[in-house]
Every structure is written in C-alpha cells, then in structure tokens.
Design a protein. Structure first.
Lengths: 531, 318
C-alpha cells in the first residue's frame, strides 16, 4: 500500500499557427521545434516505458489546436521537410566538429542519433501522425488524455454563456474525433476558473478539471486535506489542485532542477553561432538567423556569460537527470510521510501539472527525467504510486464537496496577465463578436449550403480570436506584433463574414480562402452557439 | 502559455511567395490596422481582473448629451459618470467617466459589483443610460467556514498546517492566529496587538477580529503600511492611525518577535525576507524561459506548538 500518490499532468498546447499562404513561416517553427524536442521524445519515452512494463501512468492534455495541427497534412509535410533539413545539418555537423571543434563531437553525434531516431518515429512508426501516437498511449493505459478549451479560450473573460459553452463543446467534439471516445477531464486554459464553469463541464460530460492551488485552498468550506485530495463542486464535478512544492522543484529558475550547470544551455544555438553562409541552406528563404535547436553548451553556472559557457556533456547531463529523478521521488516520500501523519493515515495525492513544452524544449533533459522518474517509481519504491485523476475518482474514495474559488495559475493567481492595460482593448471586439455569433445562430436555426459554411467559418474565426495566447503574448512583450495581427485578422474576418451573411450576399471565393487558411475544426457546427 | 521564444516574424520578414493558384482575397482583412472603434451598440461590461481590481468598458450608439441639448439647449451642467455599486452593502461611489470609454476601479475581494453609466449633475438625480452585468470579485483569502460533517471537519490549527504544507504561508499564519483566538476566547490577537500598540483596542466583532489577524499577518510579511491602509475598514484604519502606524512598532521583525514570544510561533526563515509587495499571498514570480507560472517564495515553515489558554494568558499578563 503506497503512502502517497503522484498525479503528473502535462499540458501540451500551442496556438493554431498554420500559414498555408506562406511557403514558410517562423511561427510555424514553434510547432516543429515542439515536435522534435518535446512531443517525439515524450512519446518515445512513454512507449519504451510501456514496452518494458514499467507501468507509467499520467494525465496529459493535448489541446484541440495542437491535435488539429498534428493531424494536418500540410503541416505534416512541412514538418517532414523541417526535420530532414535538420538531419542533414546535423550530419554536416559531425564532419565540421570532427575537423574544427572536437570538443563538440559527442554533442554533434548525439543530435545526429536523436534526429535519426525522431525521423524513424515520425515517418515509419507513426506515419507522420502524432495524434495516433497519443491515442495509442491512451489505449495502452499510459496516458489519460484530457481535453482543453477549444482554442485555449480564457473562460472568465468570455462574455456570454453560449460562447463559453462553445469553448467546451467544440473541444469535446474535437476530442471524440481524434481519440474516439469522450474526455474524462479538462485542462481549463491557464487553469482559469470562476464559479459556474463547472456547470458547463457537467453538461459536456466532463468529470474533473485542474485548478491552481488557491482554487481549493480558498474554496468554501475549508478543504480538510488542502490540495492533497480532490474536492467535488456542488454539482459533482471534481477538482484537482496544483501542488506548489513539485511545481517549484521543476519550474523555478532559482532552485529548480533545469537550472543545473550540467544541463544544456537554451540560449546558445548554432543558428546564431555558426557562419551565415554555412547555415544558409538550412535557414528560411530570407536567410535570417534563427534558433535551430542544435545547442552545444551547458549552463555551466548561473553567472557565467554566454561566451564562457562550457561544452555540453550528454553523459553527465543524463546522470544528473537520473539523480534529479531520485531526488524528486525521495522528496515525494518525505512529503507523503509528513502529510499522511496529519491526515489520519489517508495517503495524500500530489497533483503536479506542468506545461509539456517545459520538458525537452526549455529543459532539454526533461524527457529523460520523466523516463527515470517512472522507472524508479516502478522498480525502486512501493511508497509512491503514479496515478491519473481518473484513477483517483475510480478508486471510490470519499471526496469532500466544496465551492472552489476563482483563480488561474498565472502571475498573482488571477486574471491579470490576460486583462491589463496592454491587452484590455481586445475584449470589446471579442465580446461584440461573441454576442453576434449567438444572434446569428439563433436567427439561422438550420442553415444549409453556403450560408451554413459561412456561419461555421464565423464560429472558427471567433474561436481563433479567443485564444488566450494572443493576450498573453501582448502582455509578455514577446511576439506582440504577430499576436496583435492574429487577433485583429480573426476579428476582421469574423466581421466580414457576418456583414455578408446579414447582407444576404456571401462571396464564395473569399469564404473558400478563409476555410483554406483557418481550417481548424472541420467538424464544427455553428449551432453550438444557439441560446 | 509556454512556447514563445526568440525568433518571430516580427523580427524577420519571411519571403512571401503566394501560390499562384491562390488569389489572396483576404488581403484587406489581414491588413494590420486597428479594429473599428465602435460597433454602434449600447453596451457596458464589467470584468474582474483580480480580487481588488475590476475593468469596465462601454459604448453608446448615440451622443448621450443630445437629448439634453434638445430639451434644454445645453448640457445643463451634466457630465458623463460611472456609478459603481457594491451589491453586498449597496454602497455606491460616483466617478467621472473616462474619455477612453473604459475604466479601472479598485475594489474589495469577494464582493459583487455593478456599474451604471449615466449623466450626473451635482444636486440632481443621476440619469442612468446603461447598467452593467454584476460581477463578483475573486476571494483573496481562505474561507471562514468549516464543514459541518464530521468527516471533513478541520480545526483552525489543522487548517493552518494544511496551508503551510501547501506553501501558502501567510494564510497559514493568519489561520494560526485564528486557532490561537479559538483556544483563548479571542484573547490571542488582542494580546499581540497590545504588545505592539500603546492604545487599547475597542471591542470588536468576529469579522473585525478576522480583519485584524489579516493586518498583523500582512505586516509580519512585510507589506508596507501605506499599501495596506487603503484596504482596511474605516474603524480599524482609524485605530491604527491613532497609535502611529508608521512607527517602528509595526516593523516585521518586531511583529515576528511578538508572535514568537506571545504564541510560540516559530518560522525557520523570517517572513520579512520575502519581497514585501507579494508577501500578502505568495512571493516570487519565477520565470523559466518564456513560461511564467505563479510560485511562492521558498516555503517558510511555520511551526506552532499547541497553544493553550494558559500560555496566552501568561503572555498577555506580562
């Protein structure tokens, strides 16, 4: 009998970055780098663990926009090109380092080997479709795949009941399309919750969601077991809240594992270090430098300048990841021993949610850490058992009923990141579109033909405008121009379609092009917006 | 929210070579120009940003002064104003409306608010033009209520440990004070305050005592008095003013020392080492790459011995 449970939750999401109108587009690289560095390595680790009977078990959200991109033929084709280009470069790198920089040889070889393996997984094992890979892992009992708000819409800042409901319903529908069953849990975008959201979830058949720590700690009445047991909203939907200790161990740039000097340095990249003419065949047509993902240095030390970073040693980093996995488990055992005592023998459940992209992209050794973590959980200890939130609910354990508190996992714990002086201008436009969408859906109870297509496309444009990613990027000051442009484009496209619908004359050519560009959710039915 | 890293089309212009098969019918809709300023609607909407801040925006399809001009030939001293109502207490405040058609308001946690846009002239009735939705601000602290069913009952002392274990240390301290008050028939917080202040405390309701516990906790965690004062109820603010809140007696080190000597509360790391602004709740904003997730500072472990009435009485008598 374990003394504690660990429920690891990975949230994999990227905004819908698909630009068929350009032959190559920098923001699409977000997806390609995430596939190379995060999704393929994680899938590889999980599949291996499963095949060696290590019984890995965790929950993972693969957001609807990510599922749509991963199963999109154009992006699959472009990623294949991207990966092959990188593989060619890594092969060249073996020669170059052998000749000019032998201290980097082992790293160059590592990239060539991992990229070759990635290429095999991508083209042969999964035939370019990673949604299939995630689906298999769910069917094998490794993953419990959760859904997310349809376009990562920030529910408390969506103005109408119908538009909030659409974020949930469209997501559930899309999940069924990709995973052939209904989701049990949902990752609310940014863990943003306010009372009432649970009613939408219940109507959609969702059993649980993840909240930030104070979602439960500040709930009413006081939670007997804090965040170390789920609670149920008065309507029965369960809530698992984030454990801060495990968050800090992995997230923190000060005390977290990823900052260790042995680990790979993120900011030194071949794309900026190598001579431009050498790189040219591997850059976009404009020939501008960019991150290529081939990084040869280790963090070395907190105050070490970029110029003084030392060569990366893959073997040393791997040992460090194993050591950190042991430390993580050791700390869970200590935590569980401490908690079980004050819980009258009831084993605590530690819910540890992370952005999946932390593992592999920001923390290169993250997938190895997860690999070691599950091996050690399986073979080295009986004290801690890995579970999914659904497993906890299935166990039949008694769960306290509580009204959780409004919260998010962003800075300061509420909605400031997505509503502030820099991005508040977005909401009057978004809200106007939300109200109009429901008016239109009510007015056209059963549209057919081109009208139906136009209404469906209006729904897509609204959903894309609602992605919380745009407001986040504008607040963060990163890629502000792109985020602003994306938001404006979707609102303008929405307005244009609505004007045409109301005027009774739909430009089919223009509609077709919108459908071609913003092709997310082929299955959408605009009637989801009816009141 | 994780993945946005250096390298973006805003920095680099990619070569655009549209496929010849595609006529770009969307060019005019993709132009990077501002969106329309208005939608010819009468609307008003209230959004919560945080427990203490709400955002209001509105739009009027017509000039609101036009009927006044028509009837009186002039605006007759009227100005556009926002009347904000705390729906729980029904208290209202009047604010001159911003020319930007949007406005931020400082408010209280866990209260319901409603805003009205209208015309106001001193000494005359407020003419309402638009009324917003009602929006409840998020809670900023733990609930005061515990479960009735025995299975889920949690004493204040247990809950303080639960909060401490979860890393919500300032809340843990606040609830630890509540536990001490429970054990001493509300003598503990008063005893601490007496040690800090020369003036005697007036009689207090349960809610006021809870507020006082919150104030002591915030001060112990280094929140500057100037930031705290506007959040307090009038009576408590006046009382603190009377004995000179700016004085050294409210120094976090002094409060920590009094908490220790009066109630035996130990902290393995002094709370006043936390960044003062964030100390009310959680401290550090930790950034790994572009990802940003809210994290507490390194946990301070509160250690609180079981408190007895006798112990507090003894301390209070000193």
């Amino acid at each position: 009998m374990p003394i504690g449970y660990l429920s690891l939750v990975l949230h994999a999401h990227l905004p819908f970055v698909r630009h068929p109108e350009h032959p190559e587009f920098l923001e699409e690289d977000w997806l390609y780098e995430a596939i190379t560095e995060v999704y393929l390595p994680l899938i590889f680790v999980f599949q291996n663990l499963h095949e060696m009977n290590a019984s890995p078990r965790l929950a993972m959200n693969v957001s609807p926009p990510l599922c749509e991109m991963l199963s999109d033929p154009l992006l699959q084709e472009r990623y294949t090109r991207h990966l092959e280009n990188l593989l060619t470069l890594s092969e060249k790198e073996i020669e170059r380092t052998k000749r000019d920089a032998p201290e980097f040889q082992p790293v160059a070889r590592m990239y060539f080997e991992t990229l070759s393996a990635a290429h095999h997984l991508w083209t042969t094992r999964y035939q370019r479709n990673l949604v299939r890979a995630f689906r298999e892992l769910q069917e094998e009992g490794v993953l419990e795949i959760m859904t997310c708000c349809a376009t990562h819409g920030f529910l408390p800042l969506i103005s109408t009941h119908e538009a909030r409901r659409a974020q949930i319903e469209v997501a559930v529908q899309n999940y069924r399309k990709h995973f052939g069953r209904s989701p049990r849990g949902i990752w609310l975008a940014e863990c943003a919750y306010e009372p009432g959201v649970e009613d939408l979830l219940k109507d959609a058949g969702i059993e649980y969601f993840i909240s930030d720590t104070h979602g439960i700690l500040y709930g009413e009445p006081r939670p007997r077991y804090g965040v170390y047991a789920p609670v149920r909203c008065p309507n029965g939907v369960a809530v698992f809240a984030r454990d801060l200790e495990t968050s800090q161990q992995v997230w923190s740039s000060m005390v977290g594992y990823p900052g260790h000097p042995d680990y790979r340095e993120f900011y030194r990249d071949l794309g900026w270090d190598a001579p431009l003419d050498y790189l040219l065949p591997h850059l976009h047509a404009g020939g501008e430098r960019r991150h290529l993902g081939l990084k040869y240095h280790r963090i070395t030390g907190r105050d070490v300048s970029q110029q003084d970073k030392q060569p990366y040693n893959p073997e040393a980093a791997r040992h460090r990841a194993a050591e950190h996995a042991s430390d993580f488990i050791h700390k869970r055992i200590e935590q569980a021993r401490h908690l079980i005592e004050s819980f009258d023998g009831r084993p605590p459940i530690v819910c540890s949610p992370y952005d999946a992209e932390l593992y592999g992209h920001w923390w290169f050794e993250g997938p190895q850490f997860i690999d070691f973590l599950f091996r050690k959980l399986h073979w080295d200890t009986d004290d801690i058992e890995a579970v999914s939130p659904g497993d906890v609910l299935d166990s039949g354990m008694a769960i306290q009923t509580q009204q959780p508190s409004a919260s998010s996992w962003g800075e300061e714990g509420y909605y400031k990141v997505w509503l502030n002086e820099l991005n508040s201008w977005m909401y009057p436009h978004q809200h106007a579109a939300e109200a109009r969408m429901t008016e239109l859906a009510n007015r056209h109870a059963s549209a057919e033909g081109i009208l139906r297509r136009a209404l469906n496309q209006a729904a897509r444009e609204l959903l894309l405008a609602q992605s919380s990613d745009w407001a986040f990027q504008i607040y963060q000051g990163t890629t502000v121009e792109y985020a602003t442009k994306r938001f404006r484009s979707h609102i303008r496209r929405f307005d244009a379609i609505v004007k045409e619908i109301e005027g009774g004359a739909i430009d089919e050519g223009r509609l077709a092009e919108m459908e071609w560009r913003d092709n997310i959710f082929a299955e959408i039915d605009y009637r989801v917006y009816r009141s | 929210m994780p993945f946005f890293f250096p390298g973006s089309s805003e920095l680099v212009i990619t070569q655009e070579t549209p496929s010849p098969a595609v006529v770009d019918k969307l060019a005019e809709l993709s132009a990077d120009e501002p969106l329309p300023e208005s939608y010819d609607l009468d609307r008003i909407s209230l959004l919560a940003q945080s427990p203490r801040r709400i955002y209001l925006y509105w739009e009027l399809a017509r000039d609101p002064f036009e009927p006044l001009q028509r009837v009186f030939g002039q605006r007759d001293g009227y100005r556009l104003a926002v009347r904000l109502t705390d729906m729980d207490s029904e208290a209202t405040t009047l604010h001159e409306a911003s020319g930007t058609r949007s406005q931020w308001f400082d408010v209280q946690p866990d209260r319901a608010y409603m805003a009205e846009l209208g015309l106001y002239s001193p000494g005359r009735p407020f003419i309402r033009l638009l009324a917003s939705n009602t929006r409840r601000t998020p809670r900023a602290s733990v609930s005061l209520h515990t479960e009735q069913a025995e299975q889920w009952q949690v004493t204040a002392e247990q809950f303080s440990r639960v909060l401490d274990d979860a890393g919500y240390v300032s809340d843990a301290l606040e609830v630890a004070l509540e536990a001490a008050d429970e054990a001493t028939n509300n003598a503990a917080t008063r005893a601490i305050t007496r040690r800090l202040a020369p003036a005697s405390l007036p009689p207090m309701s349960e809610e006021e005592l809870a507020e006082l516990r919150g104030v002591l906790t915030a001060l112990a965690f280094g929140m500057p008095w100037g930031n705290l004062r506007p959040m307090l109820s009038q009576d408590l603010a006046t009382w603190f003013d009377r004995f000179g809140a700016d004085g050294a007696q409210l120094d976090p080190a002094r409060i920590t020392e009094v908490l220790h000597s009066t109630l035996g509360i130990e902290m393995t790391r002094s709370p006043f080492e936390a960044p003062p602004e964030a100390a009310r709740r959680r401290a550090a904003r930790v950034i790994v790459g572009a990802s940003e997730v809210n994290l507490p500072s390194r946990p301070f472990h509160l250690w609180m011995p079981s408190m007895t009435e006798r112990q507090v009485r003894r301390q209070s008598a000193e």
